[in-house]
Design a protein around this ligand. Sequence first.
Ligand SMILES: N[C@@H](CCC(=O)N[C@@H](CS)C(=O)NCC(=O)O)C(=O)O
Length: 185
Amino acid sequence: MLKLYGGARSRASIVQWYIEELDIPYEFVKLDLQAGEQRKPEYLTINPVGKVPAIVDGDFQLWESGAILLYLAQKYGKVTLSLEENAKVAQWVLFANSTLATGIFTEASREKETPRLLTPLNEIFERQPFLLGDEFTVADVAVGSILAYINIMLHLDLSAYPAVINYIKKMSERPAFQKSIGAGG
Ligand SMILES: N[C@@H](CCC(=O)N[C@@H](CS)C(=O)NCC(=O)O)C(=O)O
C-alpha cells in the first residue's frame, strides 16, 4: 500500500488531499517533527534531506510535495492529459510551490507580490472554475492548497480578489480537502 510520510500541520496534507481525491488506499505515517523523527536514520533513507512529505509506493521512494503530486497524477490520475496539458500542470505546480508560496509567505515580498500574483489568478477564476478550465486537476491541489494556507495562516484581506475567495471556498468544501488540510493539516 502507498505510504505517505508526514507530520502534524505539514505540507504532507497537500499530498494527502490529492490522494483522497484519487481515492487511493494509503497509510499515513505520522512523524513527530518536534521530536526530530524526520532526521532519524530510518527516515533519511527515504528522504536524505529529512523533510516531509515523502512517499513510498512499492519499491519507489519520492520526496518534495510538487514532485509527488506530479507522480501521483501521472500514475493514478483519472484524466489522460496531452504533453502540453501536462506541461501546464507542471507550470502550476512549480508556480504554487515557488513563485506563489515564496512571494506571499515571505514577509519582505508580500506587499509587492500579493497584487501581482492574485490579480491574474482572480481573472482566471472569473472566467473558469479551475486552473485548466472546466476540469479539476492536480494543478488545483497545488495552487488551491497554497491559497487556502494563505487564507488560514496569514488572514490577509482578499476582498480585492472575490473570484479567488470563491475558489478557496469551493476547494475547502471538497470532501477530500476536509479530510486533509481541512482536518487541521
Ligand atoms: N519544498 C518542500 C518543503 C518541505 C518542508 O519544508 N517540510 C517541512 C514540513 S511542512 C519539514 O519537513 N520540516 C521539518 C524540518 O525541516 O526538520 C516540499 O514542498 O515538500
